[in-house]
Write a protein that binds this ligand. Structure first.
Ligand code: 15L
Length: 274
């Protein structure tokens, strides 16, 4: 039977990387974004919708006939509170509520390491389900996303998996990302595991590759069937030659959320500059 998967934020960074990787013969990808999406290539089994995740009517229509939602939409960087509240927090509510109204049983939420950014490297491996320690307005929205997901799982019996994504890019861009990197192929493997695992209920898993420098648990992700095949170490020499070793006193070295925990990411300053 053909499966239909709705991907929100499909024109964004992670969405663009996942589009070709999540394609399958027995699957239609329904791609949604507020930005214009590249049209379907020859033979590509996609449907495109240009709409905001904050638009309940549009989201309800987008969820019609869908087997699962992968919610990647929203601001992917720090923003002033009003935008985070509207797009990331309310938008996630709308996605979950529209899915519930349309009887979609499974939602995979793109959470982030910034939901727990103030975890210290010195405290050892970052656990699955670590209590929220958001580092920014954006991080708060990811903690709220997880709380909303938990509520929809408990109250309505939906399967909701929150993936605390580290850094999903084609290659690690800096030294911190040698720990936090999620290769695009591993990202797709993890999303496939999230879609396939029977009756997961509510889960929070780390979205990182099995990097030599990883300090994140992969236990819960592995329980879903995720098997990482990539390791950022293959880029280590190149990244270190470009950036040098991290200063052990720096935010990037000390905190999970890296520089986002430091004064340059001061959200109050951002608010003042609105
Ligand atoms: C995130 O959550 C961001 O969306 C992404 O742009 C990266 O900065 C990533 O975290 C990270 O921490 O590297």
């Amino acid at each position: 039977m053909t499966q239909r998967i709705l991907i929100t934020g499909a024109a964004g960074g992670v969405g663009t990387l996942m589009r070709p990787r999540l394609a399958a013969d027995d699957r239609i990808l329904r791609l949604l974004d507020i930005a214009e999406l590249p049209a379907a290539a020859d033979g590509e089994r996609v449907e495109t919708i240009q709409a905001s995740i904050t638009d309940m009517d549009a989201m309800e229509r987008a969820c019609e006939g869908v087997d699962a939602v992968i919610h990647l939409g929203g601001h992917s960087l720090e923003q002033v509170w009003s935008k985070i509240l509207d797009v990331n927090i309310n938008g996630t509510y709308v996605v979950l509520e529209a899915a519930r109204r349309q009887g979609v049983k499974r939602v995979v939420l793109a959470s982030s390491n910034h939901a727990v950014g103030y975890i210290k490297e010195a405290d050892g491996e970052a656990a699955d389900y670590a209590f929220p320690r958001p580092d920014t307005n954006y991080g708060v929205s990811k903690a709220a996303m997880e709380a909303l997901g938990s509520m929809y799982a408990d109250r309505y019996g939906m399967d909701v998996i929150c993936v605390r994504i580290g850094s999903c890019f084609a290659k690690p861009k800096d030294v911190r990302m040698l720990s936090t990197w999620l290769s695009p192929d591993d990202g797709a493997r993890l999303f496939e595991a999230c879609l396939a695992t029977p009756k997961p209920g509510f889960r929070i898993v780390w979205g990182v590759s099995d990097n030599t420098r990883r300090w994140f648990s992969l236990d819960e992700a592995r329980k879903l069937g995720y098997e990482s095949k990539d390791d950022s170490e293959e880029f280590a020499a190149e990244v270190l030659a470009r950036h040098g070793e991290l200063d052990p006193g720096s935010y990037a070295a000390r905190y999970l959320g890296g520089a986002w925990c430091g004064p340059d990411f001061n959200t109050a300053v951002k608010e003042a500059g609105r």
